[in-house]
Design a protein around this ligand. Sequence first.
Ligand code: ZN
Length: 179
Amino acid sequence: MSSPITTEALLARNKAYVPSHQPIPTLGKLGPIDGFPHILVVTCCDPRCIPENFLGLTTLDAITIRNAGGNVEMALANIVALDTLVDFREIMVVKHTDCGSQMYTVEGVRGVLNERAPGKKAEIEKMELGSIAGKTLEQGLREQVGAVKASGLVKEELKSNIRAFVYDIASGGLTEVAV
Ligand SMILES: [Zn+2]
């Protein structure tokens, strides 16, 4: 049986990696517009959902944001901030089958937090938890992409270039969802 992955184990892996590392150009050398990718991939942080694998990504191919559920609405602040540097032209939002964001509930997480931190109710109520419990992946995609499209903070030309997909962890394939 393999030993569990800990921070120390990952630090050892990094030591082993360094000799083969190829230096990566700095932003100043690349030029913010010409050298950087203009495509953003938003997907889930689940360790079974690795966009570098299923999209064949290597260094400088795409910018990726991973959070619980591959929630583009929760990534909004990151998107608008990064867009001032890299000028996004396309966004791929990818949820995956068997996602944990369908399994935990807002009420359940709030219950845990209210017990842990009594007196923080207002802060807890405000937290965006990204649960899509009781919904399909397609519903989650439509709602979250819809919220981004309804935001006045995102460039109009970018809003029309947001496409949504479900990644099937069994087959490895992507199925597009109309949003
Ligand atoms: Zn997930």
